[in-house]
Structure formats: C-alpha cells, structure tokens
Design a protein around this ligand. Structure first.
Ligand code: F0G
Length: 408
C-alpha cells in the first residue's frame, strides 16, 4: 500500500528497506501511498482526535507502541488576538503530549516501525525533545535507546526525561548538526534504527498535527499554520499530510505554511526571504530557544518546497521577541510553553504588525513544547520569589497590604 520514494530522482524502495536517504543520489525520501486504494472520508473520521485515528494514512500495520499521544487542545488566543487585531488566532498546544512535545506523534509511529522492521535498538541526535520522546517510547517498547546531545545546550527538563526513562545519554562537545552527522554514521554502521526526522516514517506521525487541526475546525481549513522551524521536519510533515487529505478530497485546500526561526539560527527564513533555491548553512547557530538552535536543517529541501508550494512564508524573530511572546502566552492566555514554541506566536505578532497576516485571517500557531521543559530560562526571566518570615504580618507587608484589623 506504500513505498519510499526519493524526492530528487524518484528512485523507489520497498517499505521494509532500512534506508534514510536515497542510495542513488542522496536525496530525501518520502513515504508514498497508493492513494487510489485509500478509501477515507470525513464520515470515517468521526470521534475524538488522536494520532491513531488517522491510521489509514500511517505506514504501519502492527499494534502501535502508544501512550495515547495527540488529541492536544486548541485554544483561542483572545488577548493576543485582540492586541494585534486578529479575531481568529489559535494555538494548538503540543506540549500536552505524553512527553511534553509534538515529537511523541513521530515516535509512536517511528518506534512502532522499528519493531515492525525487527530493529533491536534505536538512536537519535537531539536538541532535547526528540531524545526525551525517544527515551519514553523506547521504554514503552522495551528496546534500548541511545541519544546524542550537544553539551551544555539542552534544557534541563529534557535531559532529565532522557535520563529517567533509561536512555544511554551521550553529551558531545559540538552542536546539534555535529551530533546528527555522527549519529547517522553510528546507526548505519551498527544497524541501529535512526529516529531523527530524516527518517520518513517518523515524519508520517507528525503530519497528524495538521489532520487534527482541520478535523477540529469541522474540516474548515485555516488560512495559515505557523510553526517554529529547526531541523524543518514538522513543517514538511504537516504540509505533506494536508496535501494528502486534499488529494483524497477530504479538504479543499492547504493552509499557507509559515515557518518562524530565531534570528541567530535562520537558514530557512533567510533562503525564503532572498528567494534562494537552497539554504546557506549557519555555521554557529545561536538562540535562547535551544530546541531550534540548528544551522543545517536536514529537511531544508522539503521545507522550502512546503512553504513555497503552499503560498506561505518564513520570518525571523529575535530572542527578545521570543521571550516576550512566551511571557504573553503565559500571563495573558494561561498557556505555558518553552521558548522555541513561543517563536510561532512571536512570528504571528510580527507578521500581523508587518501586514503580512491580514486581520480576517484564520491562523493556527503550533506551540510545540511545554513550559516545564526549560525551567532555567523561565527562572532567569521572571522575578524571584519574595522570601519573608513565617508570619501573616510579613506576608501582608510583602504584598503591600495594610496590616489587618486583627493585628492591632
Ligand atoms: N519546537 C520544539 C520545542 C522543538 O523541540 C523542535 C525541534 C522544533 C520546534 C522544531 O521542529 O525540527 O521539525 O523543525 N526539536 C528537535 C529535537 C530538533 O531534537 O528535539 P523541526
């Protein structure tokens, strides 16, 4: 019912081949289904949102390794929308997945595929969330997990998760791009299953974010989906999934895919702005949003196509804009996300102010990871707790209240 196909030279590979890029030309691979065989309609898709609801468009047949991922909430951004003059602004909170990020959608499919292919261990390089998620799903599946992290640049909550769920954690003296290059070699040479987003099966799981968005709105397609871009897997996955739904006649159009990158780590946004056919690698990426601190996104070719083919765009935001958006979401909407996730909302604010987003657009920001992933950045950017003696008077004084009658 499906095979792997090179997006560059069109070479085809059987679904059971363990392969990550085209062995003929090195191009990226896509999972391509026999669409004429898939009978899927809106009628078939009644019921609550979840990754496995869309099984007909997922490339596995065995019982899934699952922790009930997906089905994440969509919130109306009332205050932020009002502030920027946009009535239909929403955030899909992917931090509400089992490990606290959208990566769980990819890992439930990817780890299930690892078992289906008979692989005995799994690995990834990560800025943090991928490693946390792989550790969780590896534990659930009962297979060993190896993760490579850029030393000193991974938020505390993510490292804690990888360690607690039992992954072998290797901290390398290099950045994410170095870690990814090394883990690819390690996997190919040692028969370990690679679960970075270069693995096309993992991306299949992530496309369910897009499915859930259109499903939630009663198959009303939003004008635009905005998301933070790092290794550029998610934006391509969502675009691919929604293009498949359009092809099957379930929806009538695909939203404008809009990618946001941090200013110090923005090869995709720069290529989109300059109209370049390919990215220029950022040798020393830097941003407070460590999750998207990536200079050589592995899915760049797919992402540039997703953005251009959907009529979308890409933009950069500063670290200050990211932290301000994180605080606005937290204090004005009650939505707690990590810095990288807030990049999508910082992008929404910037693009609305620039007039790129029009006032009557229906826009969904994907907020990708939970606030608690990166407690250190939060503590650094908030006032310290006020320490007082353990008396009512001291508390009232600290709160700026007049002493209560009872204390006279
Ligand atoms: N937001 C968060 C919270 C992330 O962790 C990531 C990627 C992204 C956005 C960007 O998604 O790579 O598909 O463009 N984190 C990866 C990791 C790289 O290792 O956890 P992308």
């Amino acid at each position: 019912m499906y095979h792997l196909e090179c997006i560059k030279c069109g070479a085809k590979y059987g679904p059971d081949k363990v392969i990550y890029t085209c062995s003929k030309c090195g191009g990226l691979l896509d999972v391509v289904y026999d669409y004429s065989e898939i009978r899927l309609s809106r009628e078939d898709l009644k019921g609550p949102l979840s990754v496995w609801k869309y099984k007909a468009l997922l490339p596995v047949s065995r019982e899934p390794v699952t922790l009930k991922e997906g089905g994440t909430p969509i919130y109306h951004l009332r205050s932020i929308g009002k502030e920027v003059g946009l009535r239909e602004a929403y955030a899909k909170h992917e931090g509400m997945n089992p490990s606290g990020s959208f990566k769980d959608r990819g890992m439930t499919v990817g780890v299930t595929k690892a078992l289906e292919l008979g692989m005995k261990s799994v690995a990834c390089a990560s800025t943090g969330n991928t490693s946390a998620s792989l550790a969780v799903y590896g534990a659930r599946a009962g297979i060993p997990v190896i993760v490579l992290l850029p030393s000193g640049k991974v938020a505390l909550g993510k490292v804690a998760q990888a360690l607690m769920h039992g992954a072998k954690v290797i901290s390398i003296k290099g950045n994410f791009d170095d870690a990814l290059r090394l883990v690819r070699e390690l996997c190919v040479e040692n028969g370990i299953y690679l679960l970075n987003s270069i693995n096309p099966y993992r991306l299949e799981g992530q496309k369910t974010i897009g499915f859930e968005i259109v499903d939630y709105f009663g198959w009303e397609v939003p004008d635009r989906i905005i998301l933070p871009v790092g290794n550029a897997g998610n934006i391509t996955a969502i675009f691919k999934g929604l293009s498949e739904m359009k092809r099957l006649g379930i929806i009538d159009r695909v939203p404008k895919m809009t990618g946001i990158q941090a200013e110090g780590s923005a090869p995709i946004a720069k290529a989109i702005k300059s109209g370049a056919a390919s990215i220029a690698v950022e040798e020393h990426p830097e941003t407070v949003a460590t999750a998207i601190r990536i200079g050589d996104p592995v899915n760049a070719v797919k992402a540039l196509n997703a953005i251009r083919a959907s009529g979308g765009t890409a933009e950069t935001v500063t670290d200050e804009e990211i932290l301000a958006a994180q605080k606005m979401l937290a204090t004005k909407e009650g939505i707690g996300v990590e810095p990288a996730s807030a990049a999508s909302v910082a992008g929404l604010i910037k693009l609305r102010r620039m007039g790129v987003i029009e006032k009557d657009e229906h826009v969904v920001c994907v907020v990708t990871g939970h606030l608690l992933k990166d407690p250190e950045t939060v503590i650094k950017n908030c006032d310290k707790p006020i320490e007082v003696e353990a008396t009512k008077e001291a508390i009232e004084k600290a709160l700026g209240m007049k002493p209560s009658i009872a204390s006279y």
